[in-house]
Design a protein around this ligand. Sequence first.
Ligand code: FES
Ligand SMILES: [Fe+2]
Length: 366
Amino acid sequence: MFPIDPDIRKASTLPGEFYTDPRTFDQCRDRVFSRTWQFVGDAERVKAPGQAWPVTLLPGFLDEPLLFTRDHDDRVHCLANVCTHRGNLLVEGPCQARQLRCRYHGRTFHLDGRMQSMPEFEGVDGFPSAADDLPRVPWAAWKRFLFVALDPPESLPAVFRPLDDRVGWLPLEDFCREEATCREYLVRANWALYCDNYLEGFHIPFVHPALNQSLDYGSYTTELFPSCNLQLGIARDGEECFDLPGGHPDAGRRVAAYYFWVFPNLMLNFYPWGLSVNVVRPLEVGLTRVEFLTYLWRPEKRRDAAGLDRVEREDEAVVECVQRGVRSRFYGRGRYSPTREQGVHHFHRLLAGRCAGAGQAARPGS
Ligand code: FES
Ligand SMILES: [Fe+2]
């Protein structure tokens, strides 16, 4: 138990052991990650009827084998990718199929998960039953992206409403994935330390001198929502900013970036040139994989293509130092800056609420 005071001026941060204790790490898996919407990828992967796309949800952590299909009536399904006979993995790679056939003993399924046939099962009592169909898993789409939740506490549209209000006008369907700049980083730190660092711009002048040249640090603001938050980067004079449509809530501001973080582990960074998606995947208590996906919209507006990678390496280095620091016998808890660390405080409150078993997300300001 590590309560976080709702008043940021009174609150202390998460204790060091939160980031180093394997039991807390396991608790996060069961209470946080298995009960939140998790980014899976591009809906393109099941664009045409007959496509089947196996995915493992958070490999090495939740490690849940799932299967997206689009059936011949053009309906998308998310199914358990495990044969209901003796548990073989059903589909091992992306494929085009009329039906799904288990290669162990030949059980077949329709693309919507219903069992179709099974050899040598004549006379089996009560067979087939609903238990022989592939279990369906809750999924939802936000624009072009697919999400899965093993046990969703709230609907995906409710979580994403603040994004619709601010970046809903962007034609994400027209953005082009740029494979050359998509990459994965292995960070020797707890997943939540990586998020903590993302959730404040406080460190920008100290850790990212080049980025600090293009952002107007004084105008950097944080807005809190029930299950996500937004850091708004304002461009310095002469730097690229969004051409916002008429009537936009930020009309008149020179927005250089919308940094949206969705609880617990997803970052959607919208820039005038496109989108960078960061998915934080816990591996071990002190080891995290971070996936960067790049989507280009207006490439001519991107001045420094290598910039994101440089900023990432600067973040990685400092977060790895913090991981070593929070292990210290002499570190307990810290305090928050009321002006610069509202996002970190928000994250810690959400985590503390979920880990304590509270089903409800902490409300900002409550
Ligand atoms: S495990 Fe699939 S048919 Fe036996
Ligand atoms: Fe940073």
